[in-house]
Write a protein that binds this ligand. Structure first.
Ligand code: FAD
Length: 413
């Protein structure tokens, strides 16, 4: 997608005027709304750049949903650069390959070697971690640089004065406000000047974790633990992605299926019915049936999406959005958190050069200009994967499987 001309002009204007000289960086006060994975990464990057960072989180404690997350090389590279290499290695499992299987027979339709090939081709590993472990890593990294306000829901933002108000009535003034408040972002409404509702995607995700020790007892499931791979079972209107986490002790399963009107409240994740989950995947191959029998409880997560925005920066030039607040996406490319962490890195780099308050607005617009094409492409590609993965059985599905199989044969040759 082409950059808007107005944004394109921001980059040459801003970048030549910033010279990196840590002694001349003007320390600013950043207020970050939301302490999810994106907000934490931004707190670290902006704090390390020399700024004061206050983070406001509505929850009373920091916690992540009990599920795994894929860390692709674009993110592991950043985490390693930030000093988290050892922890990441300890906490993650590196899959040897990705395999796509037909939902009802389990036949392999696609296979790609990962493992060391990822390090060789992208200079950094592809790995799988528990979300809570990633949250802990980022929290440790960010905590020396931030003041965290828990139980602090932001209810309004005065963008012209960079002032936010909490539900308690307390107000805070900053130089810059970053909205990292997720797919239901309040800050987004302020930036775009209206309330826009997330688009229901028609899909929901069950998430569950199985103890790998249970899988080792079954000769048909044991290979999934002995040879860590990411397995995708793809079928009409549904698919499953599954992989090992936590030193191969736990097996994470995400089951994407048509949403039947899951109650949408404040929470993103709601306890789901295990029986309904099993019924939703009845008729899938025997290993899937066995895996789902091992699930004792599940969460259900209605998947929300939004169209790419025209702007992530308020006209005042003092408030900007990042992560799911501006570019939420279907998890069908496993890049939502990755994009939020990249946003944080770019904000940190740009604001490690700021020498005057007059540069704040242009730097925020440069941030959008640098990030927008990549995040928009990723949002749209995730939507396309929804169609590709969920094709009904028939000629298009056969064509998809043939091209996957050809790719597999090339790779195995
Ligand atoms: P969030 O994680 O939503 O954080 C927002 C924070 O803001 C929350 O803590 C919230 O409590 C807080 N908040 C909200 N409103 C307010 C307010 N008014 N005041 C104060 N605080 C507020 N991404 C990947 O990269 N890899 C994957 O493998 C992957 N798998 C996924 C699987 C599923 C099933 C789903 C649903 C998503 C997946 N994602 C994945 C996407 C990823 O989880 C999100 O993109 C990412 O967590 C977004 O981070 P964020 O910090 O922008 O927002």
């Amino acid at each position: 997608m082409a950059l808007q001309p107005e944004l394109e002009t921001q980059i040459p204007h801003v970048l030549p005027s910033i010279r990196h000289n840590p002694s001349t960086v003007l320390p600013l006060h950043f207020a970050i709304v939301g302490c999810g994975l994106g907000g934490l990464a931004a707190a670290f990057c902006l704090g390390r750049a020399g700024h004061t960072v206050s983070v406001f989180e509505s929850a009373s404690c920091l916690q992540e949903v009990g599920a795994g997350i894929q860390i692709s090389p674009n993110v592991s590279r950043l985490l390693i650069r930030w000093g988290l290499g050892d922890e990441l290695r300890r906490a993650s499992v590196k899959p040897d390959s990705i395999t796509f299987r037909r939902y009802n027979t389990g036949h392999r339709v696609g296979w790609t070697k990962w493992g060391e090939n990822m390090d060789r081709d992208y200079g950094s590993p592809y790995c799988h971690v528990h979300r809570a472990d990633l949250l802990n890593m980022l929290f440790k990294l960010a905590s020396p640089y931030m003041t965290l306000y828990l139980n602090s829901r932001v209810v309004s933002v005065d963008a012209d004065h960079a002032q936010l108000t909490l539900a308690s009535g307390r107000t805070f003034l900053a130089d810059v406000i970053i909205g990292a408040d997720g797919v239901k972002s309040k800050t987004r409404e302020v930036v775009i000047g209206r309330r826009d509702m997330p688009i229901p995607t028609g899909d929901a995700a069950y998430r569950a974790i199985i103890p790998a020790s249970e899988m080792l007892k079954d000769p048909e499931l044991k290979p999934l633990v002995d040879h860590p791979e990411m397995t995708g079972w793809i079928g009409p209107g549904r698919h499953i992605m599954a992989y090992l986490i936590r030193d191969r002790q736990e097996y994470n399963i995400v089951m994407l299926h048509p949403d039947r009107g899951t109650r949408r409240g404040e929470a993103y994740d709601i306890p789901g019915s295990v029986q309904q989950m099993r019924d939703d995947f009845a008729g899938w191959e025997p290993r899937v049936q066995k895996l789902l029998k091992l699930v004792s409880h599940t969460l259900i997560w209605p998947l929300l999406d939004r169209d790419p925005l025209d702007t992530w920066v308020h006209p005042s030039g003092k408030v900007a959005l990042m992560g799911d607040a501006c570019h939420p996406m279907l998890p069908y490319r496993a890049q939502g958190c990755a994009m939020a962490i990249e946003d944080a890195a770019v904000l940190g780099i740009l604001f490690s050069h700021v020498t005057s308050r007059r540069q704040i607005g242009p730097l925020l617009r440069a941030y959008q200009a640098l990030r927008y094409p990549r995040t928009t492409d990723t949002q749209l590609a995730a939507r396309l994967n929804q169609k590709i993965f969920h094709l009904p059985d028939g000629p298009e599905q056969q064509e998809r499987d043939i091209s996957m199989r050809e790719g597999m044969e090339d790779a195995l040759r």
